[in-house]
Design a protein around this ligand. Sequence first.
Ligand code: ADP
Ligand code: AMP
Length: 218
Amino acid sequence: MNLILLGPPGAGKGTQAKAISDRCNVPHISTGDMFREIIKTGGDLAKQLKSYMDKGELVPDKLVLEVVEQVLTAGKGKQGFLLDGFPRTMPQADGLGKALSKSGRKIDGVFCFSVPDETVVERLSGRRTCRGCGVNFHVKYMPPKKDGVCDKCGKELYQRDDDKEATIRNRLAVYHSQTADLIEYYRKKGVLIEIEADKAPEKVAAEVDSRLDALMKG
Ligand code: ADP
Ligand code: AMP
């Protein structure tokens, strides 16, 4: 299976990703997570990535495509994938299509999560991320058992630099101007699966699950 999670930042893509990747037995590949890992190691590329991400701007297509193509053709995505946060622009979608067709592969499904902008602001300003395993919590909607501590690995929870209100608003504007067109692009290809994501996590999970049933039955 070659799957994509599409939707604004904060729509709940990462929250639903593990269940989908477990069920379809494909790796969850988040470009945002990959970039945050690169930033931890330091160096020139790290500095460049951080400068875009801290402002809520997109990393340039050329740089993103170089990193992703390697992962999809020679890395952990070569047998199938669940992409999260990629593609985010038309040139990225185009680059992905070309890279896949070289090896006779195609996209099987694009889960598009929709939520209103104000929900995004509320979700992202309350998001807390684990420094150890990267799992996300929410101070109100998905609180950890112990304040500031990850339920899964016990490491510290932190607030991402780009999860501050001004940056969140910029990321939303970037989503509407540069990414939202991909919804039509994938609808025309007949692979779009629309998910109403403005409801409780279990309800979103149930909707995703039933849409996956249909997709797997072909
Ligand atoms: P994305 O990966 O799309 O950027 P996340 O999965 O990280 O979004 O979710 C953003 C924030 O919203 C997190 O703090 C998460 O705990 C919370 N969240 C995710 N899904 C829901 C939901 N259905 N209802 C309420 N909060 C949610
Ligand atoms: P995310 O973790 O998906 O919220 O992404 C965090 C940030 O990483 C974004 O605001 C961008 O700066 C950068 N980023 C992640 N994926 C991409 C992508 N496909 N194209 C451009 N920038 C990206």
